[in-house]
Design a protein around this ligand. Structure first.
Ligand code: HSE
Length: 303
């Protein structure tokens, strides 16, 4: 039985404007996790990098919970679980840090116990832990993922856009929990707003697969969540406008925020600097990341 498994999992951006809880993209920023199973009776969790000192090192750790779910599913028992997390994905910012931790735990535990679960099994478990599939699907499969829920069962389609899309992410220096960002959403929306998003999310997928960059300025628009969430992020509309004025094809909230993300084919520095400067004008300290689409998703890097 394999033990001491290292996995690498990408951060992800969800929603991508209109595709609320459905569309997500894997990004070229990664967390690594090493899992060692034994029977030495010790459970040890260590975290370096993003989240160091903030991520729990006990049974509340979601990567640890994910490992245990795999062991329960496979009816395996280990008294010793050692987890070493080395994180680059900023925590609680809308870049899929919780999805990355869940997927890392599931993929590492599966690899350490003989790969008995399929990637679809992992999607099922990850979605039930996360509550929605739009971050976990691209974290597992890479690329752009479109996901639906059929009752409690997720189904996901992965593809790579036909254009070398770049993403410029402005990362503010404050966190925002997904729970808090979901609490500000309305229980019902006007029918026309639903139509607005259905048409744009369909156009987004078509435009990405066909390389119709001219359509992204329309396809990234949203009426289901962003306007309700913008009061949680000082300067959000202005930063999104500044990104487009600096040459972005479009810009949106990343997941539940507070990161804001611009889509482009070039001029990343100009766009990133404009976003950071505009955040500063609203008294928000921020940095920017220039990312590509990750095509592979979660992978085992050493066994
Ligand atoms: N679709 C989710 C949301 C992504 O916007 O609440 C955040 O995890």
């Amino acid at each position: 039985m394999a033990e001491g498994v290292k996995v690498r999992v990408p951060g992800t951006t969800a929603n991508c404007g209109p595709g609320f809880d459905a569309v997500g993209i894997a990004c070229s920023i990664y967390n690594e996790m090493t899992l060692t199973l034994s029977n030495d009776g010790k459970c040890v969790i260590s975290v370096t990098g993003e989240g160091e000192g903030a991520i729990p090192g006990n049974e509340r750790n979601i990567a640890f919970q994910a490992v245990n779910l795999v062991l329960e599913r496979l009816k395996l028992n280990y008294s010793g679980i050692r987890i070493e997390m080395n994180n680059n994905v900023p925590l609680a910012r809308g870049l899929g840090s919780s999805a990355a931790a869940i997927v890392a735990g599931l993929v590492a535990a599966n690899a350490a116990t003989g790969n008995k679960l399929t990637r679809e099994d992992i999607l099922d478990i990850a979605t039930s832990m996360e509550g929605h599939p739009d971050n976990v699907a691209p974290a597992i499969f890479g690329g752009v993922s479109v996901s639906i829920m059929d009752g409690k069962k997720p189904h996901s389609l992965k593809f790579m856009p036909s254009i070398p899309l770049k993403m410029v992410v402005a990362v503010p220096d404050f966190t925002l929990s997904t729970k808090a960002a979901r609490q500000v959403l309305p229980k019902e929306v006007p029918f026309q707003d639903a139509v607005f998003n259905v048409s744009r999310s369909a156009l987004l997928i078509g435009a990405l697969s066909k390389g119709r960059v001219d359509l992204l300025q329309y396809a990234l628009d949203d009426k289901l969540h962003q306007s309700y969430r913008q009061r949680l992020i000082p300067g959000m509309p202005e930063v999104l406008k500044a990104a487009v004025a600096a040459g972005a094809l479009g810009a949106t909230l990343s997941g539940a925020g507070p990161c804001l993300i611009a889509y482009t084919l070039g001029s990343e520095a100009k766009i990133g600097e404009a976003m950071v400067k505009t955040f500063a004008e609203h008294d928000v300290k921020a940095k920017y990341l220039s990312l590509d689409i990750d095509a592979e998703g979660a992978k085992v890097v050493t066994c």
